[in-house]
Design a protein around this ligand. Sequence first.
Ligand code: HEC
Length: 111
Amino acid sequence: MKKFLAISVAALALCAFIAVGSMAAEEKTMKASGEKEFNEHCAVCHPAGGNIIDSAKTLKKKDLDANGIKTSADIVKLIRNPKAGMTKFGKKTISDKNAKAIAGYIMTTFK
Ligand code: HEC
């Protein structure tokens, strides 16, 4: 019985280890695709997280905070339904998954 318990614990630990490992890998690919999609669709107007049209509305945390953009979901909303001067991106151009990846990339990259 003791041996069985030890094996179960070891198996559980191994599962947890594998799960964490693949989660980290997925996070990495999300970040890579977010960067790629950002460079493709957004960087023309937001080079290095700036804003060539309205310098008070960069993608840096200070401006996002000041403009009420607090979460990745807020960024996804803006991608789908932007304000004046920004291109509107539908699901055909940027899938939901890629929109989330871009939002995550912005939140973690431009400080
Ligand atoms: C044609 C130029 C253009 C492109 C392309 C563009 N944007 Fe924008 N973006 C703007 C402008 C202009 C604003 C300011 C709009 C306003 O008045 O709130 C803006 C604002 C934003 C804001 C809010 C910033 C703030 O501090 O209020 C976010 C977030 C944002 N854009 C993300 C994106 C993302 C993500 C993409 C690519 C999917 C993108 N933009 C593509 C021009 C652009």
